[in-house]
Write a new protein. Structure first.
Length: 276
């Protein structure tokens, strides 16, 4: 089991490359976890507006003098710009540096070519990180030491849970399930709203019922020790309305299971294609 490093103990600079939605969530998480803001360097010509005030607390945005041999460099830019952004980071790396990439589709092999000889971690977070409820899956290369893994775990864990895998090939399935997963939940809210309207509800009421039902059910799932199947069974009375609806949603041929399996398969396939 990985032991997350206490961010308050960090003495070297932590460089964040890219302060958009996900990068901003990480930055705010680090500050809230007690890391010394003066140790944080942000490289982004247009950082998110909500993190700019952190400069008043000591976070350094686009400093003229960049740190050498940073403790960690976290890359949170769009994968399309990776080839121009990653190699110039080399002067900020050293033997103790761990580079953590949350760029979708960019493999450890790509990172190792761009920054040879460096400890690398490839990670896939998801958007609930913005409220500290994300989950991130990470995999490191052979150069990552125990201490560097602890540091990466602590940095990634500032926005939610972290799981580590040893087989990078699983990252395509991870991307399809948890990386893209929030979109599936939001689509469920849209579909439930439309179904409610079709059943005769006013649009505003249908939207509120769908939104609050999904949000509340997610929180119940988060807090309950029961697994999803048990929670489902608890709300399903034999012969009742829920059971009637579940007969449709759980149909073996065209229910939710085969539909999601197909969706996950095509998403994982697309992830492999994007990775090259």
């Amino acid at each position: 089991m990985t032991r997350s490093r206490d961010l308050k103990d960090i003495s070297q600079s932590i460089v964040l490359v890219g302060a958009g939605q996900m990068g901003a969530a990480l930055l705010q998480g680090w500050v809230s976890r007690g890391i010394d803001p003066s140790k944080l360097v942000v490289l982004d010509p247009q950082p998110a507006e909500d993190v700019k005030p952190l400069s008043e607390r000591g976070v350094r945005f686009n400093p003229a003098n960049r740190p050498t041999e940073s403790g960690a460099i976290v890359i949170a830019v769009k994968p399309q710009v990776a080839e121009s952004v990653v190699p110039p980071l080399a002067p900020m790396t050293g033997g103790s540096t761990v580079v953590v990439s949350i760029m979708a589709g960019r493999t450890l092999a790509f990172l190792e070519r761009a920054l040879p000889g460096i400890a690398m971690v490839r990670a896939m977070p998801n958007t609930p990180a913005a409220i500290g409820r994300g989950i991130t899956v990470a995999v490191g290369n052979a150069r990552v030491s125990g201490a560097q893994r602890d540091l990466a775990d602590g940095l990634l864990g500032a926005t939610g849970a972290v799981e580590w895998i040893s087989n990078e090939e699983l990252m395509d399935a991870v991307t399809a399930v948890s990386g893209s997963g929030p979109a599936y939940v939001f689509l469920l809210a849209e579909s439930l709203t439309r179904a409610g309207i079709a059943a005769g509800l006013p649009p505003d009421l249908a939207a509120k019922l769908a939104r609050e039902t999904i949000a509340g059910s997610g929180e119940l799932l988060h807090r309950s020790p029961l697994d999803p199947a048990a929670l489902r069974q608890n709300v399903t009375s034999p012969g009742g309305t829920t059971a009637a609806a579940l007969e449709v949603l759980m149909a073996a041929a065209d229910g939710l299971d085969p539909l999601l399996a197909k969706a996950i398969a095509v998403a994982a396939k697309r992830s492999r294609e994007l990775a090259g």
